[in-house]
Design a binder for this molecule. Structure first.
Ligand code: ADP
Ligand code: MG
Length: 697
């Protein structure tokens, strides 16, 4: 007999073909998995509407009435079937274009139906194309009345009949034929404290609730459980990491740090920078391994914090590296760090893929001998030939571009792993960061250096291009520089490059008196570098680029950021791009150019950009729009495989679940108490199901 662990293909109505699709499309492998594919909403079909009260605003209706007459219409190639449907208050048309044979046989004059659909109004006449229909009286316990589950499906699944209704049928088959119940995973004391339904009832109620209140309780229970275990695992891991991984002790604040701080720092640190440095310093002195996320909006001054952390390492006899995702970024870091360290006579090197073999060998030697205390670079730092005398600290910029495996590689380079400081300018809402990076401590630079003028941001349509170009002319004649950015969805897409190249030609024609740089991902590293350099030095006035300039590039003289086809960029990308200007003392501008066809979501994105420059606020909006699964920086972390909870909407449940998880561990750190036996068992089960992700989140 089938049970919850029975493979999905054995379910009546599935078979190998649909079974494979359910696996690849939705990750459903067993009958139990399918029951955990919950409806994303329920339609309240407990009350019928009246035809006399329908209007154009109504999205979806439920009606009960009789077929008065039918008509089959064939004109040329087009064929359709129409029925007049009357509910006693009025009449509408039902229309079909497909499955005509079947419809002709079932939709007969005089029969009574319950129908559901989306009404169209044309010239005052209401019609419903392809309504969902049930014969009245044939299904007394049909889920049609009351709360009807609506399931997520995919295009592929739909072509195999597994649309929402198809999914509902499968779920119902399991619910009515599989006797096995879901085992409880939460102890009694938690259930009774929150008045949660037991697990099996919650699953059933989630599909077929008796009323809205039951549905709410069921979903709360399922989300709570999911988030509780996510938090519990992270907390356990954090505890384990703290005990397990010893870190190098950076006990002293010494000569180099102090010399830099007192004599070479070109500005006053902001309060936030100071606070973060203190947090880092406290970590490093403890002898436990530091794994810290440094969040700070673009321009908040993360680099100098990284540098000063590297000086702490140096003062304690350790080497440091700063690793960036692109050559351009690594080079920029190298330059700004070199500029700051040169007066102190400290050597710094740059290691990237394009460093010549001879130089590379020399750098390798100096790293191995320990002559080189600080180095910047790209993935090249991870190569096997790179051996350190004593790497004590790795700073990683823009962590979302590095995979987990790559970071694990860095980790393996020493017996005692180097401290890790991950810098990111993609601010993640704090509560979310806590969930995502359970074993990562988080520091936030939430203050910009003084004197920055907010970037003025405007959304304009293509038809104002001339005006915008005139404005750019004006700015350049004042001595400023301009970025023009084109979207590039796939670095390999030819058509995207065509846009970029056409754009480049257009700019060259409109600005004949100025030199123009162009940078994109396909350019060879040395050419890219050369072009960047021409812009940095001010030789070229305009930089036409793709998002390769998104992160980190620092040209304080640039005052205009024109983003072409801005509708094609995500919010965090737009924010990053805007961060390239407003770095100097002058007023800067960001222009978001689009065509007229904009979705509601795009309008919200553009409006948000014009309204605020606060990265945290922007990331909150992004989170609401896209859900956390798509947020940059969250994709790689296994925590995001949430099935039920939605971190954007379920923050209160997360808070409750976190609190309980902490309490449980506080009173029973090893989960050995009798009352927590269900928790222990569920953790073991989860471990069996899935090998956990790496120690470095
Ligand atoms: P990000 O956090 O985006 O990496 P950077 O570290 O590149 O920011 O800093 C942006 C600019 O601000 C740099 O030119 C840097 O020299 C400058 N800066 C950093 N901290 C301060 C400060 N406390 N006061 C003034 N300028 C600062
Ligand atoms: Mg930076």
């Amino acid at each position: 007999m089938a049970d919850l662990s029975t493979p999905i293909e054995y379910l009546k109505g599935v078979g190998p073909k649909k079974g494979d699709l359910l696996k690849t499309e939705l990750g459903i492998f067993t009958l139990g998995d399918l029951l955990f594919h919950f409806p994303f909403r329920h339609e309240d079909r407990s009350a019928f509407q009246k035809i006399s009260e329908l209007n154009e605003e109504v999205q979806s209706v439920l009606l009960k009435g009789k077929i008065r007459s039918v008509e089959y219409i064939e004109t040329g190639k087009s064929r359709r079937f129409m029925a007049r449907f009357n509910d006693g208050t009025g009449e509408i048309d039902l229309v079909w274009f497909r499955s005509l044979k079947y419809i002709k046989e079932t939709v007969l004059p005089g029969t009574e139906f319950v129908i559901m659909g989306r009404p169209n109004v044309f010239k005052g006449r209401i019609s419903i194309p392809h309504p969902e229909m049930d014969l009245v009286g044939t299904k007394p316990d049909s889920a049609f009345l009351g709360f009807f589950p609506v399931y997520r499906s995919t295009e592929k699944l739909k072509t195999f009949g597994l649309d929402s209704r198809g999914m509902a049928r499968l779920v119902n088959t399991i619910l009515s034929t599989v006797p096995e119940r879901f085992q409880e995973t939460l102890p009694d004391y938690i259930l009774s404290h929150f008045k949660l339904p037991d697990r099996d009832s919650a699953v059933r109620q989630a599909h077929h609730p008796r009323n809205p209140d039951d549905l709410k309780k069921a979903m709360f229970r399922l989300k709570f459980e999911e988030l509780f275990y996510v938090r519990l695992k992270l907390l356990l891991q954090k505890g384990v990491n703290k005990n397990k991984y010893r870190g190098n002790v950076f006990g002293t604040i010494g000569e180099q740090f102090n010399t830099f701080y007192h004599h070479h720092l070109p500005f006053q640190l902001t309060g936030a920078q100071k606070r973060v440095l203190k947090e880092i310093r406290a970590d490093l002195a403890l002898g436990r391994h530091m794994n810290r996320l440094l969040q700070g909006d673009v321009g908040s001054g993360k680099t100098v914090v990284a540098l000063m952390t590297m000086l702490m390492a140096l003062d304690n006899g350790f080497q440091s590296c700063l690793m960036a995702p692109t050559e351009i970024l690594a080079t920029q870091h190298y330059r700004s760090i070199k500029e700051l360290l040169d007066p102190m006579g400290l050597p710094v090197a740059l290691l990237t893929g394009s460093v010549k073999k001879k130089d590379r060998k020399h750098i390798h030697e100096m790293l191995q001998s320990g002559e080189l205390p600080i180095i910047c670079g790209t993935h090249a730092l991870l190569e096997d030939e790179v051996k350190w005398k004593n790497l004590g600290l790795s700073v990683i910029d823009e962590q979302h571009r590095f995979g987990v495996a790559q970071r694990a590689k860095l980790w393996k380079k020493n017996a005692i792993p180097p401290h890790i400081l991950v810098m990111t300018a993609t601010p993640i809402p704090r509560t979310l960061a806590m969930t995502l990076y359970g074993d990562l401590d988080v520091s936030v630079i939430d203050e910009l250096p003084p004197g920055r003028k907010p970037v003025q941001t405007r959304h304009v349509y293509e038809n104002r291009r001339d005006e915008i170009f005139r404005f750019m002319h004006e700015q350049i004649s004042l001595g400023r520089q301009v970025y023009v950015v084109y979207p590039l969805i796939e670095e390999s897409e030819k058509s995207d490059y065509r846009h970029l190249e056409e754009g480049y030609e257009q700019i060259c024609r409109a600005f004949p008196q100025y030199k123009v740089s162009m940078v994109h991902g396909r350019l060879k590293a040395d050419l890219k570098e050369h072009e960047m350099q021409r812009f940095v030095s001010g030789e070229t006035k305009i930089m036409v680029a793709t998002t390769v300039i998104e992160v980190g590039v620092n040209v304080p003289n640039a005052s205009v950021m024109l983003i072409e086809s801005a509708q094609r960029f995500g919010l965090s990308q737009l924010h990053q791009l805007r961060g390239r200007v407003g770095r100097g003392a002058d007023q800067s501008y960001c222009i978001l150019m689009t065509d007229y066809k904009l979705s509601e979501e795009t309008k919200i994105r553009l409006e948000t950009m014009c309204r605020t420059q606060d990265g945290f606020e922007i990331s909150e909006v992004d989170l609401q729009l896209r859900g956390p699964g798509d947020l940059e920086g969250t994709r790689q972390s296994g925590v995001m495989d949430l099935k039920v909870a939605d971190l954007a909407k379920d923050q209160p449940i997360l808070a409750a679940a976190s609190q309980v998880a902490e309490k449980v561990l506080l009173s029973d750190p090893n989960l050995t108490a009798q009352e927590n036996i269900l928790i222990r068992r569920e953790l073991d089960e989860q471990k069996k199901r899935k090998t956990d992700w790496s120690v470095i989140s």
